[in-house]
Design a protein around this ligand. Structure first.
Ligand code: PRP
Ligand code: MG
Length: 212
């Protein structure tokens, strides 16, 4: 039987909430995160556990049909992809932050400064809109350490509880975007899988309604 292929985050904060949503939709999945691929036993669906940043490309190529992804990743790496459902969990923001003890006036203070980030496209676009030239350092994780080791004057990274900023003596000074988990779809999805997606969306919408 034909199955719809869904990508979810392999490990990280989105993973648990994504699998919980599928479970709440009454979809049982064979096994946990140990395997890279798992099948549902009661819904025509296959789950692929992938790295966040790789998911937009898999959608583009049609390797997977749909994905649960942070909007922040979609904006950074696949802003042409269609969002079919906003999922209301994994809420966070992408923000600029600087050392707590540095005085901040406004966004112009970033002129000529070094900013460490894993979101170069989003930051570049934001700075360009403000007419600011800065020097971006792209790092893939633990971005908040950068100012402390002298690699950057500021950072742009995700903020959820704010505890990572706090622990690293940083303060949030500008919010670039607000994000939550979304359900996205491949432009190459087949008609047959579109109708499976509609059934899935119907279930998701009633789960989300129940949560509100
Ligand atoms: C994410 C993000 C921030 C932090 C924000 O990092 O990059 O660093 O969470 O959450 P908080 O405001 O609740 O502290 P994560 O822990 O996923 O690790 P990584 O940056 O190494 O990927
Ligand atoms: Mg981090």
């Amino acid at each position: 039987m034909n199955k719809i292929k869904i990508a979810v985050q392999k490990s990280g904060r989105l993973n648990d909430d994504s699998l919980r949503l599928l479970k709440d939709c009454g979809i049982s999945i064979d096994n946990g995160k140990d395997q890279l691929k798992a099948s549902s036993t009661n819904f025509p669906l296959e789950v692929f556990y992938l790295r966040n940043g790789d998911i937009p490309q898999y959608l583009r190529d049609g390797v997977v049909d749909i994905a649960i992804l942070g909007e922040n990743t979609l904006i950074e790496k696949g802003d042409e992809l269609e969002i079919v459902e906003r999922l209301g969990f994994s809420k966070c923001r992408l923000s600029l932050a600087i050392p707590k003890n540095v005085k901040y006036g406004n966004v112009q203070d970033f002129e000529e400064k070094r900013i460490a980030t894993s979101y170069p496209n989003t930051v570049k676009k934001f700075l360009a809109e403000k007419g600011i030239k800065a020097d971006l350092h792209i790092i893939n994780g633990s971005v908040e350490i950068a100012p402390n080791i002298g690699l950057a004057d500021g950072i742009c990274d995700l903020v959820s509880s704010g505890s990572t900023l706090f622990k690293n003596n940083l303060k949030e000074v500008e919010v670039i975007l607000k994000s939550e988990a979304v359900l996205t779809v491949s432009p190459k999805i087949s008609g047959e899988n579109r109708s499976i997606l509609e059934k899935l969306q119907f279930r998701i919408e009633s789960v989300l309604k129940g949560r509100r």
